[in-house]
Design a protein around this ligand. Structure first.
Ligand code: C5P
Length: 298
């Protein structure tokens, strides 16, 4: 019996620049994605019918809305095969944190089912299918570092010097992505500041290309952060606490809820993670480094 397993990383945003709302309800973005070493694993096994199960430290619903199930259905339709597969997700990426764990599972399911069914979809086809599933799914296929344009799905890979070390703190609950974008629009409507067209900052690119963690810490920027802080004011103290404990920079990941802290080195990240875990600010604290590759068969 053929079984294929695919491992896929979480993402954080190093810079997220958001334009005005479009006619289709989405916002044009410049989204600097970075894949980090927290992984989910998706195993695809032949079965009578599509079935999803989940285990691991984190759990998610397994019904038809599960993004991995939708990925399997989409690929089956594209390849003209029956979606006769059992998907087992070993879940380690925190949920509802702005780390695109659901998108990661969808990307992993595409790659695993493609291998299981021998459908032979090339990367371009997989990226197209991924974009139909969600704005962050194409990046989960590629991994590494990339700039995403449009909804975030039109990707250009970025070369990075060295490795960066991160600590993640996540609180209980979640923030709904559409609600955070709507709050961003609301705050902008009442602000007198002119809206800048989304762009990548030169300082961020320079820091990435020279492996300059101090420069990167100063250049981290997320246009959705004011909206996330407005909906969840406690995040402000959480971000400040990390900086007080020695982080080079702190940012909310994507539409939240995750707080992301940059450390100068792996030992510094371990110390920062231990200090943050000793506060009452977060339900859980994790440590990871990146960039790492995207969905890959193991
Ligand atoms: O594409 P995805 O399903 O991940 O997007 C979830 C929601 O986030 C969208 O329905 C939309 O409200 C918001 N969004 C947006 N602009 C983007 C990406 C997402 O407004 N570029």
């Amino acid at each position: 019996m053929t079984v294929t397993t695919d491992r896929v990383p979480a993402k954080v945003n190093r810079e997220l620049s958001v334009g005005p709302v479009r006619d289709d309800g989405y916002h044009d973005l410049v989204n600097v994605f970075h894949a980090v070493s927290l992984f989910d694993e998706v195993t695809a096994t032949p079965a009578e019918q599509l079935h999803v199960s989940v285990d691991g430290p984190v759990t998610v619903p397994t019904g038809p809305d599960n993004l991995a199930a939708r990925a399997a259905l989409l690929l089956a339709r594209h390849a003209g095969v029956r979606p006769a597969v059992a998907l087992h997700i070993r879940k380690d990426i925190p949920v509802a944190g702005g780390m695109a764990g659901g998108s990661a599972d969808a990307a992993a399911a595409l790659v695993a089912c493609d291998a299981l069914w021998g459908s032979g979809a090339d990367l371009e086809t997989l990226l197209e299918l991924a974009a139909q599933l969600g704005s962050d799914v194409p990046f989960a296929l590629l991994g590494g570092m990339a700039v995403g344009l449009g909804r975030g799905e039109r990707l250009t890979t970025v070369e990075v010097a060295g490795e960066f070390h991160w600590v993640f703190g996540y609180a209980d609950g979640g923030l709904s992505t559409p609600a955070v974008y709507a709050e961003c629009d609301r705050l902008r409507a009442v602000s007198s500041r002119a809206l800048r067209w989304p762009r990548v900052s030169d300082d961020l690119m320079a820091a990435l290309q020279t492996g300059d963690a101090v420069g990167l810490g100063q250049a981290l920027d997320n246009a959705l952060q004011p909206a996330a802080l407005s909906l969840r004011p406690a995040l402000k103290d959480a971000l400040a606490a990390g900086r007080d404990l020695g982080a080079l920079g702190s940012i909310v990941s994507g539409s939240g809820l995750m707080c992301v802290f940059l450390a100068a080195s792996e030992p510094d990240a371990a110390r920062l993670a231990a200090s943050l875990a000793g506060t009452t600010l977060f339900a859980a604290v994790r440590q990871a480094s990146g960039p790492v590759p995207g969905a890959a068969l193991v």
